[in-house]
Ligand binder design. Sequence first.
Ligand SMILES: [Zn+2]
Length: 315
Amino acid sequence: MSTQLQNQELNAAQAAIYTRTNIHRAFQDFDDTDIAGLYLRGDNCLVVRRDGSEQTYPRELIKAAYSTYTHRLKDFFSYLGPNYRGPSVWHNNAYVLFKGWNYTHALGHLTSNAKLQAHWADKFIHITEEQKALALLQGDQTDLGHLVAPDGLRLPNQPLDLDRDMEDQEPSVSPVNAEPYCSCGSFQRQLLNVSDFQAEIQGFKPWCIHLTWFNKYRELLCKRTEARNASPSGTPDKCVAWWYAPPADSTSDGRFVLLHTKSGAQSPLSHWRTYKPQEVFTQNHAWDLFFNMMEAGYVPFPGIALPQLKSAIKK
Ligand SMILES: [Zn+2]
C-alpha cells in the first residue's frame, strides 16, 4: 500500500479558509501570483504553480490567520449610521447595523448609501419581514448594513389561530436560538457549511467582524453607564467631548479630537482642555481612547451635542 499522501480538493469551508489572502496573512513572504491550484496534502496546504513547482504551508497557521481575520475589531466608526447612530433595535431579537458610509471619507455623507441610510434609519422598525429588511439593507442596489443578532435570532411570532382550541396553540413566543447571528455574506457562508468548518477547525462557531464590533460597542455603552452612575450627583463632572473628521482622501486617516473637563458637560469652553494636544489621533485610536477615558472616570459625549463648544473645532 502506498504511503504517499494524496492531493485533496478543497470543500466549501476549506476554500474559504485556504485562500491566497489567508496564506499571505499567515506567511508574509508568500507569492500569490502564478498559482495553478490550491490543494490539501496531509497537514499542509499545497500550492501548485503554473510552472509545475509546488510549495507546502502548514494548515494550522493558515487556519489561525483565518480565525484572527474573521474576529478582528474594526475601528469605532466602521458601523455607525447617520449622526453617530449605533445599532438600532429591530424585530426577532435582531438589530440593524449600518455601515459607516458617513465616516469613510469627508464626502461620504453624499454617497447614495449614506443618503438611503439617513432616509431609512428610523423606518426600519416598520418593516417586519426579514426578507424585506434584507432586500433594503444588502440588496442588489444597496449596501446599507446588516441584521445582527448577537444574542441569537428569534423566529417571528406566528399569529394566533382562533379556529383552534386554546390547548392546541403553540406557545406565542418562539424559542430563541442563542447562537449569535449576522446576515452578512461571510457569516451566512459559514452557517451554510458549518459542519465542514467544524471538521476543519476544532470548536468552530460562525463569526464575523460585525459581531466583534457589536460586542465591543455594547461593552462601551455599559462602561459609559457605569461611569455616569458613579458620580454622586447623577450628573458627571468628568466629561470628554469628541469630534471626528473623516479622511480627506483614500490614503489619509481621519482626525479624532477630544476635549476634557472636570466641570460637567454643560460647562463653558474655557473649562475644557484639549486631550494631548501634541498628538494626532485617528479613527484607529478611538476605541482605546474611549475605554481609557472611561477607566479614569470620564464620560464621553459627541461634541456636536454640546453647542457651547462649537467654536472649539474648526471644520
Ligand atoms: Zn456579519
